[in-house]
Design a protein around this ligand. Structure first.
Ligand code: IPM
Ligand code: MG
Length: 356
């Protein structure tokens, strides 16, 4: 197969971790007889420095025309004082919206080799953690109208959280379909005791639950979910929720594994194009020092092969290679354990390639 990938290295450690993922993709291409074309796109702070905007229209078009998008990370203290409309994060939201990437899949898996990195007690972790958050990504408070105005001599700021039935239904379908492919268990997270959007969310999910009667469905309030994730994470399989709740809960969930550097994500549209990125940030404190963990990005590339290109065997090969590298005791600094071998970002990428 021949595929074109828009490559968005971004800021901080972004270029380093994406470089390793491309090495892995090249090896997969060689081994399985595929051709991957990479189109480089500046995004975030590096684009602000070059063009004065976090992403240019031309570069957005490159993303739209690609078969898929691979992203490192954007942002850093250098651009923290930029005005709201040209912040690095703005580009990320724009790509999500322009490409229609409404379904964000964020798996949280405790690698058995890294179990001691979890901040939870072994008896709480139990048989491990393997859950998937399905986060709505192009609606809600992230994209609703917002204003800051002067009222009675003081500033008043307002953000709004609109959701329409079709937006809820389409993310709900992704969640139910995903649950079907896993353990047929879905919890829908909302704040229906307070918010109208959550009441519509819940009613829409209930209609879908009738259609997907083979999936064990439950409602759970977002504050309780935050608590249950710490108390008994093993009770969850697939969770579906709106944009901002999903942002918060997915950070919480990823920390249960103690190794945020390992976690990939996929943002999917109704077609096959998706954007794939590690869930961690640009880590400016270690940028350019060959210390970053490239495995989250490498596993994101595996998700790209699986979800956008239908290359299940190739994705399995990458995931198995990562498992083997961990089994052999290779670690980057963030997941280092006594008795293991410390590797830099490049050497870790090399190890994954060598195991393919
Ligand atoms: C994420 C990030 C983004 C978000 C930021 C960088 C805008 O936190 O992908 O979770 O809030 O969606
Ligand atoms: Mg976030």
């Amino acid at each position: 197969m021949e595929k074109t990938i828009a490559v968005l290295r971004g800021d901080g450690i972004g270029p380093e971790i994406v470089g390793e993922a491309l090495k892995v993709l090249d090896k997969v291409a060689e081994k399985f007889g595929h051709t991957f074309h990479y189109n480089n796109v500046d995004i975030g702070g590096c684009s602000i420095d070059k063009y004065g905007v976090p992403i240019t229209d031309e570069n957005m078009a490159v993303c739209k025309n690609a078969d898929s998008v691979l992203l490192g990370a954007v942002g850093g203290p250098k651009w923290d004082s930029c005005p709201a409309n040209i912040r690095p994060e703005k580009a990320l939201l724009a790509v999500r919206k322009e490409l229609g990437l409404f379904a964000n899949l964020r798996p949280t898996k405790l690698f058995p080799q890294l179990a001691s990195a979890s901040p939870l007690k072994p008896e709480v972790v139990g048989n491990g953690i393997d859950l998937l958050i399905v986060r709505e990504l192009t609606g809600g408070i992230y994209f609703g109208p917002r204003t800051t105005e002067e009222v009675n001599g003081e500033k008043v700021a307002t953000d709004t959280m609109p959701y329409s039935e079709h937006e809820i239904e389409r993310i709900g379908r992704v969640a139910f379909e995903t649950a079907r492919k896993r353990n047929k268990k879905l919890a829908s997270v909302d704040k229906a005791n307070v918010l109208d959007t959550s009441r519509l969310w819940r009613a829409t999910m209930h209609k879908l639950a009738e259609e997907y009667s083979d999936v064990e469905y439950s409602d759970i309030l977002v504050d309780n979910t935050a608590m249950q994730l710490i108390k008994n994470p093993g009770q969850f399989d697939v969770l579906v929720t709106e944009n901002m709740f999903g942002d918060i809960l997915s950070d919480e969930a990823s920390m249960l594994t103690g190794s945020i550097g390992m976690m990939p994500s996929a943002s999917l549209s109704s077609g096959t194009c998706g954007m794939y990125e590690p869930i961690h940030g640009s880590a400016p404190d270690i940028a350019g020092q060959d210390k970053a963990n490239p495995l989250g990005t490498i596993l994101s590339a595996a998700m790209m092969l699986r979800y956008s290109f239908g290359m299940a065997q190739e994705a399995d090969a990458i995931e198995n290679a990562v498992q083997q590298v961990l089994n052999e005791g290779y670690r980057t600094g963030d997941i280092m354990q006594p008795g293991c071998t410390l590797l830099g970002c490049v050497a870790m990428g090399d190890q994954v390639v060598a195991h393919l």
